[in-house]
Write a protein that binds this ligand. Structure first.
Ligand code: PDD
Length: 285
């Protein structure tokens, strides 16, 4: 596998990371995950914009972003991933410096790592729907930053796995915020409801695409935190994400949603997202 590391393309085995790297020592870094379909990156500009915002919020000096923007295409090419589905991972950390909590010297170069790998569509889960489990949202109060400091997400995701679920739904102040690597949406009486943009959730790119698709399909949208007690009244529930697409939720803990079948609005949005991905004019939505 050819990867990108600090300005160079090289075999993954030849990447040597300093043990002083602040990503390793402090989780002091940010990342993005982009999907590519038949070599075409989906909403890459939006992902790079969010990467830039995450760095600004954490006061990480950005690398040459024009150069970084070209990296995914080269990785797809170098790794023969111009057919089928691929996932691109990009990470920037505050660099390597002797361990000390405050920022290192301003001259310390950031560490940049990126790879592309084949990705298998979760076709069966998209078709049949998945189960999720509720878990307390014990993350920090800047969930809008896509930081590599993912320990609560890792623990939650493991909880999901151990309970035979696809993901968790994080619960803060009695309401669902999002999943451990996904956004959350529900349908009440024909209206799609999702948590408003705030420091409690990541501003998901897929979520934003789905909300645009709702506008296009004339599906009403409301943004407010869905109380856990109201889940039993939801006609449909969904997870949204780059690697998850529009994933029907058919069970929350022991509660069956929508009679255990993906609902009509979920199906409409799944199809609309798929069409958009397949559409070569994907940026003219
Ligand atoms: N996760 N919420 C969280 C906490 C996430 O980590 C993600 C993405 C999302 C969905 O955002 P988007 O639609 O922009 O992918 C929501 C990525 C895929 C990951 O960590 O692998």
């Amino acid at each position: 596998m050819t990867v990108y590391f600090n300005g160079e393309y090289k075999p993954k085995e030849e990447v040597h990371l300093s043990p002083d790297d602040r990503g390793f020592l402090f989780g002091d870094g940010v990342y993005e995950v982009i999907c590519a379909y038949a070599g075409r990156q989906f909403k890459a500009d939006e992902h790079f914009q969010r990467l830039g915002r995450s760095m600004t919020e954490l006061r990480i000096q950005p690398p040459d972003m024009d150069a970084l923007r070209r990296v995914p295409e080269t990785l797809l090419h170098e790794n023969g991933l111009e057919q089928g589905w691929a996932v691109i991972y990009i990470q920037v950390t505050r660099g390597a410096a002797p361990r000390s909590h405050p920022f290192p010297d301003a001259q310390t170069p950031v560490t940049v790592y990126a790879y592309a790998a084949p990705f298998e569509s979760p076709a069966q889960e998209l078709e049949q729907g998945v189960r999720v489990v509720l878990t307390p949202d014990n993350r920090w109060l800047r969930c809008d930053i896509k930081s590599v400091n993912l320990l609560p997400n890792v623990l939650a995701s493991q909880t999901a796995r151990e309970n035979g679920a696809k993901d968790v739904l994080f619960v803060r102040d009695g309401a669902v915020t999002e999943g451990s690597y996904t956004s959350f949406g529900a349908v009440f009486a024909g209206r799609v409801v999702t948590h408003p943009d705030s420091h409690y959730i990541l501003p998901g790119i897929t979520r934003s695409v789905v909300l645009d698709l709702c506008a296009k399909l004339k599906i009403a949208v409301e943004t407010y935190p869905v109380q856990v007690g109201r889940l039993q009244d939801a006609d449909e529930c969904m997870l949204w994400g780059t690697t998850t697409q529009v994933m029907p939720i058919v069970q929350v803990d022991d509660l069956t949603v929508g009679g255990g079948e993906p609902g009509p609005i979920t199906r409409k949005l799944q199809k609309a997202l798929r069409d958009l991905i397949l559409d070569s004019n994907q940026d003219t939505l």
